[in-house]
Design a protein around this ligand. Structure first.
Ligand code: GSH
Length: 197
């Protein structure tokens, strides 16, 4: 399998972290891909021109990151990262959705920052920043425990992206429970081996 990826992408990090947690990363060749360049190979795999994309050995292209993580959960022998059914599955899926939403908003802020800052863009940035702020507040009220599911992995990737791209907006002081949780899991291979440099 090949993973169209970038070390800076929190979504790609989540997919790779899930592969590591499942013990199947050895069967995945990372292919560095600049999504913004919309190279033909990426467009052929994902018409949305987004990474990550997992290309299976038969050529099937799988996106987006929750679908990739769900597929990875069917591979390998490690305990599943997504509960099979019921309220536990819904809770993990919702936590992943919240973390992905924080990533979406933070990535949008990052892309917009490179554009001329007129009033409209400032309003857009404030809206995205609000989504991040409210999302962090919800996570602080109920932080993950451990790193045993895709929801927790997604939260760690979202926080890692904030650290990486927005060091000027530190989040730990206002979110001590979340910070304490991240400190307990960030040395795990799934996170340590995928941390953006
Ligand atoms: N919902 C997608 C989001 C992926 C995404 O936004 N990836 C970014 C990189 S972090 C990207 O490829 N952006 C390129 C673009 O928006 O054109 C997923 O979960 O995979």
């Amino acid at each position: 399998m090949r993973l169209l990826t970038s070390p800076a992408s929190p979504f790609a990090r989540k997919a790779l972290a899930c592969a590591i947690a499942r013990g199947v990363e050895g069967g995945i060749e990372p292919v560095p891909t600049n999504a913004m360049a919309s190279e033909p190979a990426l467009l052929a795999a994902n018409p949305l021109s987004k990474i990550p994309v997992l290309i299976l050995d038969d050529g099937t292209a799988v996106f987006d990151s929750p679908v990739i993580c769900e597929l990875l959960d069917t591979m390998g022998d490690a305990p599943p990262l997504m509960p099979a059914a019921g309220p536990a599955r819904l809770a993990v899926a919702m936590r992943q959705a919240l973390a992905d939403g924080i990533m979406d908003a933070a990535v949008a802020r990052r892309l917009q920052a490179a554009l001329p800052q007129d009033e409209g863009r400032q309003a857009f940035d404030a809206r995205q920043k609000g989504a991040v702020t409210r999302g962090l507040a919800v996570l602080e009220a109920a932080p993950p425990e451990g790193l045993e599911d895709v929801g927790a992995i997604a939260v760690a990737c979202a926080l890692g992206y904030l650290d990486y791209r927005f060091p000027q907006e530190p989040w730990r002081e206002a979110h001590p429970r979340l910070a304490a949780w991240l400190a307990t899991v960030e040395a795990r291979p799934a996170l340590a081996r995928t941390r953006p440099e």
